[in-house]
Ligand binder design. Sequence first.
Ligand SMILES: CC(C)(COP(=O)(O)OP(=O)(O)OC[C@H]1O[C@@H](n2cnc3c(N)ncnc32)[C@H](O)[C@@H]1OP(=O)(O)O)[C@@H](O)C(=O)NCCC(=O)NCCSC(=O)/C=C/CCCCCCCCCCCCC(=O)O
Length: 712
Amino acid sequence: MAQYRIVSGSVAVISIQNPPVNALSAAVREGLLLSVRAAASDPLVRSVVISGHNGPFCGGADIKEFGNVSHLESGPHLVEIFESVEALAKPVVAAIEGFALGGGLELALACHYRFGHSEARVGLPEVSLGLLPGAGGSQRLPRLLGVRAALDMIVTGRHVAAGEALKLGLLDRLTDGNTVDAAVRFAQSAEGKPLDDRRLGNRPCPPLENIDAFFEEALIHARGRARGAAAPLACVQAVRGAATLPFLKGMELEKRLMETLMTSGQAQASRYCFFTERGAARWTTPTGARWDTCRARPISTAAVIGLGTMGRGITVALARAGLSVVAVETQEHQLDEAQRAVSRMLKGGGGVSYSADLQAAAGADLVVEAVFEDMAVKEEIFKQLSSVCKPGALLATNTSSLDIDRLASCTLRPEQVLGLHFFAPAHVMRLLEVVSGPRTSPQTVAAAMQLGRRMGKVSVAVGNCPGFVGNRMLKPYLEQAYFLLEEGASPELVDAALEEFGFPMGVFKMSDLSGLDIGWRVRKEEGLTGPGVTADQPMRTRRGRRYSPLGDLMCEEGRYGQKTGRGWYLYDRPGARVARSDPWLRSFLEEYRERHGLLARRIDQQEVLERCLYALINEGFRVLEDGVAASPQNIDAIYVFGYGWPKHRGGPMFYAAQVGLARVLEGLEKYHKAHPDSPHLQPCSLLRRLVASGSPPIHKWSEVVKGHRSQL
Ligand SMILES: CC(C)(COP(=O)(O)OP(=O)(O)OC[C@H]1O[C@@H](n2cnc3c(N)ncnc32)[C@H](O)[C@@H]1OP(=O)(O)O)[C@@H](O)C(=O)NCCC(=O)NCCSC(=O)/C=C/CCCCCCCCCCCCC(=O)O
């Protein structure tokens, strides 16, 4: 687990060996400490190089051990090992290839010199795991870089490229060649030289003026960005310790803060997200296809049909992944504008050609249709693509809710039809829902999942149903928010509750951002509003269920959200982003309630959260029951990476487990009793069964799900 060898007569090379990322597991820690002691006691050894075996230096502490305190406590502790490294009376050089992250960089900081490959990256990303750099990183980095630069790295957790790390003084030298060889040569040149000044634990932190004001401001800033996460604030406290306390006292503070974080629900949730993100690559589909039994055909050319906002973003995402893309827009004026916009985003041409003719898609391996949400238009395009495109080409739609199977039926190659549901802006958002219908072939899914990875997306394979997974679950959430307005809440109250929970924006601000007219169009297609609804129908009931026409009424007033400068909030001008409360809306809601005989009551944030989130979670259980998502982890990945669900709360299904399934069930029962005309509040049978089976942990839910028959 740590290889030890002597090279060039006097240099001990200690190589961390734990593929794939050389994480610091108990066995590695054991090996590392033994090796350091061996180097210390061998009189022939005059210097030491620490490297990673087979490429990467070290991905940090072994995150898999974090859930288990006995694992964490077995083997020597990182702090103890790093102290031994720093105290060594022989120069120690870290040879960093690939990455040095978290505990990996903390190890490098304990070394006396740091050599990096020019393509390496370094960082302290513990904050995104709900932690802080708890093996001396929060104390050594500020002593090396100064408080400002260290605080930025620690609070954001960002990866820093080698070039920047050199400029910051984090790396001493860079090489384009073999890092270990260069480090060995350097170590030999440093043999016998004094090391006191190279030990960061001996150094004071570079002084900073107005230190109290600096940290007060840093805390306010971190609190604003943390959205309820504790780790960023603890990071600020720890760095303040580095700036104001002697090293050993700072280390004690770091340890206390780390112990609190490590055992917190937030760290557990963040860790869960880390593995959930990676687990999505091991996909399965409702038809039984699996990631490890299908070979993907490579995709190197793509066509995008329709160059509105989504089509442009998709073009950029594909081009950035190295595909050669032809972007097709049949409306000439839109084509020119799109070409300029895409070129701007790509900062140049970037392998994209443009055409106004669908025939241009003929040679593509993959076509992504991204025209507006109109089934008839999409059906026509799929019919044409079926004959235009080469055999074997995959035909994808970027619809956010329409039936993939219906589109597949318009083609002569239904097994090659799928949904690629990108999220706006498509070149930025990490999530991709890969939607397969009953006839989509496993190879098609495999190719799409592989492409998603190339684009740097978290790709989640889901089944076909209205809204797929994400938007299907969003519907009951939105519906409850509307109902709450009818019952007496304001958009500000609902949004404040959700933002305090950790969403970047509440449901009404989100609705203003994406445009109220989108949902209006969908409701018209579904026959819930518009000309198909006769005057004798009750306004607040559809198909025997409670219905809120509030969104429709807003659209009839021309209030589409940010784009019209008015929605649930008021904006300075169309397209402006800063939401202000609108007195008009207050009167509008009062008049609406009066017209419908609704008595406004006092609603608190707790009710907002329970009504909106439990309804969404309940639909999540239905999604699992139907087999549309393969696992609760996949649902959580969708919500964290596509819908702004706060990472430190793990995703809706994880949150339900953390709250307690019995409590969620009880809440739903209570609210359904009070609102029997709202079926989304009726607890789903899977939730009941899970509670009846003693609320097993989330990774065992699949055993209960298996008892259900998939409806797909
Ligand atoms: C950039 C990466 C490293 C690589 O990316 P990529 O090449 O794309 O590969 P991936 O698909 O991401 O990963 C490949 C597989 O490797 C697994 N993996 C990755 N990193 C780790 C890791 N650090 N540990 C374990 N496993 C890891 C990954 O899951 C993949 O496997 P699989 O597909 O899931 O099977 C990228 O992977 C990356 O970014 N990794 C994470 C880097 C990171 O965040 N590092 C920081 C880790 S935290 C840390 O280092 C902390 C250090 C200080 C610890 C101090 C401990 C003190 C404990 C005191 C508390 C006491 C508690 C007291 C309790 C009580 O009260 O009793």
